[in-house]
Design a protein around this ligand. Structure first.
Ligand SMILES: Cc1cc2nc3c(=O)[nH]c(=O)nc-3n(C[C@H](O)[C@H](O)[C@H](O)COP(=O)(O)OP(=O)(O)OC[C@H]3O[C@@H](n4cnc5c(N)ncnc54)[C@H](O)[C@@H]3O)c2cc1C
Length: 351
């Protein structure tokens, strides 16, 4: 059976950037993603503008995914989607054998755990049906901006997601109503200030006490809130409802491995800042990892990816440079670099 130098579990930002960087360090790499699509959590907010990643102009997360995929494919890694890893064992020769839900097994010298917090399912809330399903006008993320245009959008939640959606949708919706149970919003300060001073109707310290469905039972028509201090009730008619109450995180890999992989602090893999885990040859990165100072953001995932790939390289070949240092253009990249230079030169000329 073919033996990979590196197997990456998860096709989010950490996994995709690791696929690129593994190629840069001339390793044979495969990436395995449980979902039928790549991009990880960014698919939850594909229409949201991402503007806090160094060097990338503000753009929808969906576009960030596309750039990540393009870059990941530079060195033609093997990418498998729709295949969940559900078991890891160690062979006597030191290689890892990984098992997937498709019944496949693969051999690899090193493993990069870029699986975020496993498979995410929205936390059930009263906005869902009794079976935990979403009603027609209830969303846990916005993937279609058009559907929000000129609508009365009700957003439940008070963290970064809820606040980001409120600010993003305010210019296109007829009205945005942001409702949170607590006294204060919890998002980034500048965004909280924007939501409080802009056109969004903010209602704090309110509980949802009932919802009325449309006659065919498929959508929410009105929502009744109760002020926690005064007990005053208010009924709001709504067109669309966005629920930002977080996700349940399921990661069966912690139970289904015989290499000593253990859950740490509820959801994470304990790692060193260089991404090493307690298991030699296994590295944890991105949202999956936790160590002092870990940043659970896209930029943090990239930083981890470089460390994890370099660590995998020296695990396999102790003579290899510990760092990739400054990247030079590999042959595979030359045609792309030439096109980018041409575009840049034309832009400069036309300025
Ligand atoms: C609503 C929201 C908005 C955000 N906004 C921003 C923002 O504006 N800027 C920013 O920097 N960050 C933002 N973040 C955080 C950012 O998305 C994460 O830090 C980033 O996605 C982490 O990347 P990752 O690759 O480590 O994990 P993930 O993106 O979670 O990807 C992990 C992947 O692993 C796969 N996987 C899991 N288990 C298995 C398995 N057993 N087998 C195979 N595949 C598996 C999952 O399906 C998933 O695709 C936001 C997060 C959320 C939830």
């Amino acid at each position: 059976m073919e033996v990979y130098d590196v197997t990456i579990i998860g096709g989010g930002p950490a996994g995709l950037y690791s696929a690129f960087y593994s190629g840069l360090r001339a390793m044979k790499v495969q990436l395995i993603e449980a979902q039928p699509y790549l991009g990880g959590k960014l698919n939850l907010y594909s229409e949201k503008i991402v503007w806090d990643v160094g060097g990338i102009p503000p753009m929808p997360a969906g576009q960030v995914i596309q750039h990540l995929i393009d870059q990941a494919k530079t060195f033609q890694p093997t990418i498998r989607t729709g295949e969940k890893i559900d078991g890891i064992t160690k062979e006597t020769d030191g290689n890892f054998q990984i098992h997937t839900t498709k019944g496949s097994t693969y051999l690899t010298k090193t493993l990069l755990l870029a699986m975020g917090n496993g498979i995410l399912d929205p936390i059930p809330t009263p906005f869902f049906t009794n079976n935990g399903e979403l009603l027609n006008n209830v969303h846990v993320s916005v993937t279609d901006f058009e559907a929000m245009k000129h609508k009365r959008v009700f957003i439940s939640g008070g963290g970064n997601s809820a606040i980001d959606w409120a600010n993003t949708l305010a210019p296109i919706a007829k009205e945005v109503i942001l409702v949170y149970r607590q006294e204060e919003f919890k998002g980034h300060e500048a965004e909280v200030e924007r939501v409080l001073s802009g056109p969004v109707t903010c209602i704090l310290q309110a509980d949802l006490i009932s919802k009325k469905l449309t006659p065919n039972g498929s959508s929410i028509e009105t929502i009744t809130l109760q002020d926690k201090e005064t007990n005053r009730e208010e009924t709001l008619s709504v067109d669309e409802v966005i629920v930002c109450h977080g996700f349940n995180r399921k990661n069966e890999l912690f139970e289904q491995n015989d290499v000593g992989l253990e859950v740490y602090d509820d959801y994470y893999v304990k790692a060193s800042p260089q991404t090493e885990t307690a298991i030699p040859g296994v590295f944890a990165l991105g949202d999956a990892a936790k160590y002092p100072g870990k940043v659970h953001l896209i930029a943090g995932a990239f930083h981890d990816a470089v460390n994890a790939v370099n660590a995998a390289k020296t695990y396999i070949d102790q003579q290899a440079n510990a760092m990739g240092t400054v990247s030079t253009y590999a042959d595979k990249l030359k045609p792309k670099v030439a096109t980018v230079w041409e575009q840049y030169a034309t832009e400069q000329k036309n300025k």
